[in-house]
Design a protein around this ligand. Structure first.
Ligand code: F6P
Length: 355
């Protein structure tokens, strides 16, 4: 059998551990198998590229960040559009056949699984594995890469807290997460943040300014986490593209700098901001992610061995299981503003910027 592997979308810690585990499971359990690494995510498949992955290229990469295959973002909306008579989807299907694949493992986030569903609908044997620091993939309790990002963000916030306290400042820390606030929520609880602004709970500018003023007066400093996708309640009425337009006019992609200025003007206190950015995606996976990635990779290879395709591996409680890719494609797992973790955070005094 010939197995293809690609990593698609934004990278995260644990991708190499998954590749390794798929490889090790196959070499232990399936005779005469060949593994083809497809470079650059769906980009490589569109171009028909692939190379044989030998055991010595994947056996020792459990602790390596990034992806040995490389990755890219390929817009879903372009997949079915014809360019010179052929769509990218058709190219991928043809190249799957040209490469002689019997199965393709797609390691990626929500967008990756949406495209995987297109490939499955064309009759290709695809198995998805859920990756992202955002933890927003529908149908799985957790994604690999998330826990490492939580650890990194928590350590950064811990460090930021001490300097914020020394100077008696207000600090805004921007955390990744465009659609979902999971990373902000978990790292904020772990690091003891005062306030968290997440995409699922639009915030009142006036209320956050008042909160920051009061908190810095009472406690001497204030830590506010701002998820990349956090939005003002006044912006919530706009469609995403209009919001992007308004922010572009202001020369900003996120709300953090605007909020920084507003808080500084209102409180007359020293206010600073730190954007954690790609630090959260890079580097060595934590032990939890190494174990999770290994379990998911081995499980996906087992599914392939059993001939179960058109699925995405998932975590449910302590078990690894799978969902039909058609059931999860196009859906997101977002933070429920009324759910237990937000309720808990509020019960210990964390503020979410509501009126
Ligand atoms: O999906 C993971 C993620 O890191 C998001 O949190 C972030 O919004 C996005 O990727 C950034 O993507 P890019 O690598 O394209 O800048």
């Amino acid at each position: 059998m010939k197995f293809g592997i690609l990593t698609s979308g934004g990278d995260c810690a644990g991708l190499n551990a998954v590749i390794r585990s798929i490889g090790l499971y196959i070499s232990e359990n399936i005779k005469n198998a060949e593994i083809i690494g497809i470079p650059d995510g769906y980009g490589g498949l569109i171009r028909g590229e692939g190379f044989v992955l030998k055991e010595n290229s994947y056996s020792d990469i459990i602790d390596r960040g990034g992806t040995i295959l490389g990755t890219s973002r390929q817009a879903f909306k372009l997949m079915t559009i014809e360019e010179n008579g052929t769509s990218r989807l058709e190219k991928m299907c043809n190249n799957y056949k040209k490469l002689g694949l019997d199965c393709l493992f797609t390691l990626g986030g929500a967008g990756t699984h949406k495209t995987a569903a297109l490939l499955c609908a064309e009759g290709l044997n695809v198995i998805g594995i859920p990756k992202t620091i955002d933890n927003d993939i529908y149908g799985t309790d957790v994604t690999f890469g998330f826990q490492t990002a939580v650890e990194v963000a928590t350590e950064c916030i811990d460090r930021i807290k001490t300097t914020t306290a020394s100077h008696g400042r207000i600090m805004l820390v921007e955390i990744m997460g465009n659609k979902a606030g999971w990373l902000t929520l978990h790292s904020g609880i772990a690091a003891g943040a005062d306030c968290m602004l997440i995409p699922e709970i639009p915030f009142s500018l006036k209320a956050v300014k008042e909160f920051a003023k009061k908190r810095v007066e009472e406690k001497g400093c204030c830590i506010i986490l701002v998820a990349e996708g956090a939005l003002l309640s006044s912006e919530a009425k706009y469609k995403k593209k209009d919001r992007v337009f308004i922010r572009t006019e202001r020369g900003e992609s996120t709300v953090t700098l605007h909020l920084n200025e507003e808080i500084s003007n209102y409180t007359k206190k020293e206010t600073r901001c730190s954007v954690l950015g790609y630090m959260q995606r890079g580097g060595t996976p934590c032990a939890f992610d190494r174990v999770l990635s290994s379990r998911l990779g081995g499980y996906a290879a087992k599914l392939a061995n059993e001939g179960r395709f058109g699925v995405t591996a998932a975590v449910s409680g302590n078990h690894i299981t799978y969902n039909s890719v058609f059931d999860i494609a196009g859906k997101y797992k977002l933070v429920n503003p009324q759910g237990p973790i937000v309720k808990f955070a509020k019960s210990i005094g964390i503020y979410f910027g509501e009126e």
